[in-house]
Design a protein. Structure first.
Length: 272
């Protein structure tokens, strides 16, 4: 665990490579930030989740701003119905997830986080072996799209709110494999789906008193947010240099290992 005086520099420094790796596979990297927040930076699981969701909001807003010049709604229109359904489901469970984080003991929350991160890591590994484009699994029928969209959204909102992530690691594969979206369109749609979910997470954790004002902003949120955005931009520029499939498999293994190390055998007393 780093000394509190050095925390801003460590937060900034580790956020850049995490952002680069996330940018290379089209994700924000929040799932990789969480073990850093709870391990290297020494926060309790509850505080780590609350801080992570603010940084996720920064990365989502920055990504939307960067894509703003080229982002058009026309390619997204065929996905509008499942997108709205996913947002509706995610908003419901975002309230539930933030409430659970506030009620669970730190030890039980660590167990939940461990399970979620192992599942996400496993999904990254599986996705690395799948082709980039498959026929849509959900029929092109409004009823099916609404029902499945809400169900997917319920899962995404719960995971997002309990890990403090934007949820792109779940949303993008869902849009690609369930609804046949092209990967770039899925990335843009994912940001639009994530935004209301992370906003609710921030507001809910704020109402729970999870933040320590300027201290959190200066120590962690600002440096890690800036580092994440810089890393994501660099990663976006380097897309294609390394095989995305190989990266996903490798990052999935790293995520499972780091989550198990931090949340299964805690050897360092966290900062409260």
């Amino acid at each position: 665990m780093v000394h509190t005086h050095n925390r801003p520099w460590y937060a900034f420094g580790v956020a850049i490579p995490i952002g680069v790796l996330g940018g290379l596979i089209g994700l924000g990297g929040a799932e990789f930030r969480l073990p850093i927040l709870a391990g290297l930076l020494g926060y309790t699981a509850r505080r780590a989740v609350a801080l992570n969701v603010v940084i996720s909001l920064i990365t989502v807003l920055a990504s939307l701003a960067i894509r703003g010049r080229t982002l058009t709604l026309m390619p997204i229109m065929p996905l509008l119905l499942p997108m709205m359904a996913m947002i509706a489901g995610a908003i419901i469970t975002a309230f539930i997830g933030t409430a659970l984080v506030g009620r669970l003991s730190n030890e039980r929350l660590e167990q939940v986080i461990l399970v979620f991160l192992i599942l996400i890591g496993s999904l990254l590994i599986i996705e690395g072996f799948l082709p980039t484009q498959l026929p849509a699994l959900v029929p092109d029928d409004p009823v099916w799209q609404v029902i499945t969209g809400v169900l997917f959204g319920l899962v995404i909102g719960l995971v997002s709110s309990m890990l403090g992530v934007a949820g792109g690691e779940l949303i993008i594969p869902t849009l690609i494999f369930a609804y046949g979206a092209e990967i770039k369109v899925a990335g843009s749609a994912s940001l639009l789906i994530s935004l209301p979910t992370v906003l609710i997470g921030v507001v809910r954790y704020l109402s729970q008193g999870a933040y320590q004002g300027r201290r959190d902003l200066n120590d962690t949120i600002a440096p890690m947010g800036v580092g994440s955005v810089i890393g994501a931009v660099i990663g976006g520029l380097l897309v294609g240099v390394i095989s995305s499939a190989i990266l996903k498999i490798g990052l999935g293994i790293i995520l499972i290992w780091s989550a198990s190390r931090i949340f299964h055998h805690r050897t360092i007393g966290p900062v409260r």
